[in-house]
Design a protein around this ligand. Sequence first.
Ligand SMILES: [Zn+2]
Ligand SMILES: [Zn+2]
Length: 155
Amino acid sequence: MSATLSGGCLCGAVRYTVEQSVRFDAYACHCTDCQTRSGSAFGIQQSVMANDLTVEGPLIRGEHIQPSGAVAGIYACEKCLTRIYTDNNNRPGIVNLRAGTLDTSYHLVPGAHLWTASKLPWVVIPDDAINLPGQPADQVGWIEILKPTPVESNG
Ligand SMILES: [Zn+2]
Ligand SMILES: [Zn+2]
């Protein structure tokens, strides 16, 4: 399987590619913040290294101060407002793609579901997925969820 990911916004003005030096598992977040910010049932996040991401097209930046005090930057297409990715000043170097913007989103299977205590009642979590009522308490817990795996380059 190729280590390259690609995707873009609804109107096509923003396109991106990711040459993955590190591969992460995707996860679904059922917290009420993700429900509000996505206007949907849950968010699906695909972490990538910030240095691996190349974006072309006009992005605008929004900001959200999380309960922890961390500042999340939200980057969206200037024309159609599709949100492409977020970053967070508590974890420099890593960004979270809004995974539905991936060209290959059909093949995306979240390895973990977080904040299932606040999931919508009709959402059924697969038995083989990690299912946490909240989120990992520390970095070790996050590594168990995201499973960062270095990708060997062929070059
Ligand atoms: Zn757009
Ligand atoms: Zn969330």
